[in-house]
Design a protein around this ligand. Structure first.
Ligand SMILES: [Mn+2]
Length: 322
């Protein structure tokens, strides 16, 4: 339903900015880049703009270096309309938020259950594993060509958002899409190596310090861990290097909710909180108690305060929630 509306809108308008959420990761980048090529195949103009730089591990995606960073009015000039992928709220688009606000036509493609439908055209499918899977279907619906480079972009989006096909959102359709993308030229071991096996020693040092903080609540149903600003400073690693750390807490048998706390790299009073659920608990609802959101099994929020106090507050709420 939303697919047809959105594909019609994309065909109708021109001159797009394409964007996604802050802390860009695989689904955001792969989906944006694939949408960029989709729009180009229609003979239209487009530019990708993000709040953050492309993380190193995604710098094998073709064209990553052509993205605009921040609200660069000179580079975004003439691009009056916008396509936003994988982003539930305008606020989550960080520095590109004002670009969305001033765009004439806003097209939103997302799979977050917490999506606020801030576009003129919204296609939100919470059952989709990833935006990558949605964009794959968009290509098929529009009868456009997925070459090898685009196949890699979509595969990266699907692979990373499903936790390598491990999360509950992984469906027969997800595997079918991935299978098609492999047929179109994706080499899975090569992609996996680029994303998961190109770590620096600093990454391992940071992980080792983060792992030493893992604890369980008394009833062992909640596992939690943290990364401080000091750990980031001392290992010289960016905050995005902690992506996926929460899965170590999640992997503990019997833990139903896992929580990852991370101080901001520049401001220790700003604490990012990531929630994961392995059981029945809907952590989208839990995060929304703190003004955040996401998916039923993976969500997040940002809080301000001392790390200890934030951790106590969140853990107390999570225990009550369970
Ligand atoms: Mn996503």
């Amino acid at each position: 339903m939303g697919l047809k509306k959105v594909s019609g809108a994309i065909r109708k308008y021109n001159n797009y900015v394409i964007t996604s959420h802050i802390d860009t990761e695989g689904d955001a980048l792969g989906s944006e880049m694939a949408v960029f090529h989709l729009v180009k195949q229609l003979g239209k103009e487009a530019v990708i703009a993000n709040t953050d730089e492309v993380p190193d591990r995604y710098k094998f995606l073709k064209g990553w270096d052509k993205m605009v960073v921040g609200d660069d009015k000179r580079k975004l000039k003439g691009h009056d309309n916008i396509i936003v992928v994988d982003c539930p709220t305008i606020e989550r688009c960080g520095a590109i938020g004002p670009v969305i606000e001033r765009s004439k036509v806003k097209i939103v493609i997302d799979h977050h259950v917490s999506n606020e439908r801030y576009g003129d055209f919204n296609w939100v499918d919470p059952d989709a594993s990833s935006c990558g899977e949605m964009i794959f279907n968009l290509y098929r619906e529009m009868g456009l060509n997925i070459n090898e480079d685009i196949a890699v972009m979509l595969y990266v989006a699907i692979l990373t958002d499903t936790g390598s096909f491990r999360y509950e959102c992984t469906s027969p359709e997800t595997h079918r899409a991935a299978g098609e993308l492999i047929k179109l030229g994706v080499h899975p071991p090569k992609v996996a190596e680029r994303i998961y096996e190109t770590k620096e020693m600093g990454d391992i040092e940071l992980l080792s310090r983060a792992l030493s903080t893992i604890k369980l609540t008394d009833d062992k149903k909640i596992s939690y861990m943290h990364v401080t600003k000091e750990m980031l400073d001392e290992t010289g690693m960016d905050a995005e290097r902690t992506d996926g750390f929460v899965n170590y807490a999640r992997s503990i048998q019997g833990s139903e909710i896992s929580i990852f706390f991370r101080q901001d790299a520049n401001d220790a009073r700003k604490v990012y909180v990531g929630f994961r659920s392995k059981g029945m608990a809907n952590v989208n609802m839990l995060a929304s108690k703190f003004g955040g959101g996401g998916h039923p099994k993976a969500s997040g929020c940002v809080l301000v305060g001392d790390l200890d106090k934030v951790m106590n507050q969140v853990l107390t709420t999570a225990e009550e929630f369970l």
